[in-house]
Design a protein around this ligand. Structure first.
Ligand code: ZN
Ligand code: ZN
Length: 429
């Protein structure tokens, strides 16, 4: 599916819904930046935002081509990675004037999120000149911010302009390219959770969007060696798929098509890293490793012929939250209280549909298969296990789900394997 076929018109879908995603200007290919003055001809007062890592990649060229259409320019001078926090947002915000008609970022995740965030509250448009095919948030309306020291996804708007010049993208650091590839491989896990939710909780599943994501994921999987070799066609396809994946979230009006248990685990590593002031991997890297973990959990569930479900006490659960999430525990608890997840007993449905559930879970590629897909681009599972440690990874499988109000396979895993003994193990760790 070509991205442009999905854009800027109502899609009257076989699923009974009308889907729509608007992105004014989307162009991916070799030499796209050479046309930037034509592509952005309607804008006259552009605020250009980059950081000292991303600006050198194409900033001078963009500036030279847009000439006096650039009203102002800000390059964050940071050591290491730019943080999308209040301070960074305020810096951009202060440069917006009543004339500013576009906040144009040069970068990938963080710069795009900051531009979306500031432009949304200023009620102006935003755009991104991508410098790395590293994650699937380019086209999404959510801005991943760190506010009050904690990661929050703020609902903003999708960028009006997304440009991906393959000549720039193919020069991105290998770990960023591998992370983008892994973010897509994680869709095998998120799609499987979607299908599971449709039979367990009756959540709406759109076969049209499901197939777009699945077909795109299969294509990216087949291009692994070309992607890591920085073949221009393969890099362009990866970038396009990352954009399409974000568009599918808009088409489905939630993040379900692109974010399931594997994203809950990646979120867990990021949040606990922020809480404990410990490092974590790039988003897509965490998603890739987490997709191996969630595939292992599915295999453990599928192996159970006659399930017995446990229910730990609320007191024990809160004790585990406190142990894992420290001061942040009550916010995690609030998410689940609001979602009524623990009040809602799904045991009866699990027993009724156990065979059907196992059939769906078996459709996901195995942990070995996903590991192979990732090894091809340089992933190393023992390095991941060493980086986070076995205990933290195990905690993520039981309590990563609590960071979200979304159903996934993790809830079945919890009901099957979280017993009093496991509680003791977590609390004594
Ligand atoms: Zn992602
Ligand atoms: Zn549909």
């Amino acid at each position: 599916m070509n991205a442009h076929e999905l854009l800027n018109h109502d899609i009257n879908c076989e699923c009974g819904r009308v889907h729509r995603c608007d992105i004014e200007t989307l162009k991916i290919g070799e030499g796209v930046i050479d046309e930037i003055d034509v592509l952005l001809s309607k804008y006259k007062h552009i605020l250009l935002v980059a950081d000292c890592n991303t600006y050198p990649l194409c900033g001078d060229k963009v500036s030279a081509l847009l000439k006096d259409k650039i009203q102002n320019k800000y390059i964050f001078n940071v050591e290491g990675l730019l943080v999308p926090n209040e301070e960074s947002a305020a810096t951009i915000d202060a440069l917006v004037t009543p004339e500013t008609d576009l906040v144009l970022g040069i970068g990938s995740g963080v710069i795009n999120d900051l531009c979306k965030y500031v432009s949304f509250f200023k009620k102006i448009k935003s755009g991104i000149v991508a410098t790395a095919p590293s994650m699937d948030g380019f086209a999404s309306s959510g801005a991943a911010m760190i506010l009050g020291g904690m990661k929050v996804t703020v609902t903003t708007h999708a960028p009006n302009v997304i440009l991906g010049d393959v000549n720039v993208l193919k020069g991105a650091p290998t770990e960023m390219i591998a992370a983008g590839y892994a973010d897509i491989i994680g869709k095998y896990s998120s799609l499987n959770d979607w299908k599971l939710a449709s039979i367990v909780t009756g959540e709406h599943l759109c076969p049209f969007i499901y197939d777009i994501v699945l077909d795109a994921t299969n294509e990216i999987r087949s291009l692994a060696s070309d992607i890591i070799a920085r073949d221009p066609y393969a890099i362009g396809k990866l970038m396009e798929t990352l954009v399409v994946s974000g568009m599918c979230l808009t088409l489905n009006t939630n993040t379900r098509p692109g974010s399931g248990s594997e994203h809950h685990l990646s979120h867990f590593f990021e949040i606990t890293g922020l809480i404990e002031n410990k490092p974590y991997f790039l988003h897509g890297t965490d998603v890739g490793y987490s997709a191996i973990v969630t595939a292992e959990l599915r295999e453990k569930i599928v192996a159970v012929d006659n399930p017995t479900f446990y229910k730990i006490s609320e007191e024990d659960r809160i004790a585990c939250y406190k142990k894992i999430y420290h001061d942040y525990w009550s916010e995690v608890n609030d998410i689940q209280v609001k979602a009524k997840s623990y009040e809602n007993d799904l045991t009866k449905i699990y027993l009724e549909k156990w065979d059907e559930i196992r059939t769906v879970l078996s459709e996901c590629p195995t942990a070995d298969e996903i590991r192979e897909m990732l090894v091809e681009v340089g992933f190393d599972l023992p390095a991941f296990e060493k980086f986070y440690g076995k205990a933290k990874i195990e905690n993520s499988t039981f309590f990563g789900k609590d960071l979200k109000d979304r159903y996934s396979m993790l809830w079945i895993y919890f009901a099957l394997f979280m017993n009093d003994e496991q509680v003791k193990k977590i609390l004594n760790n």
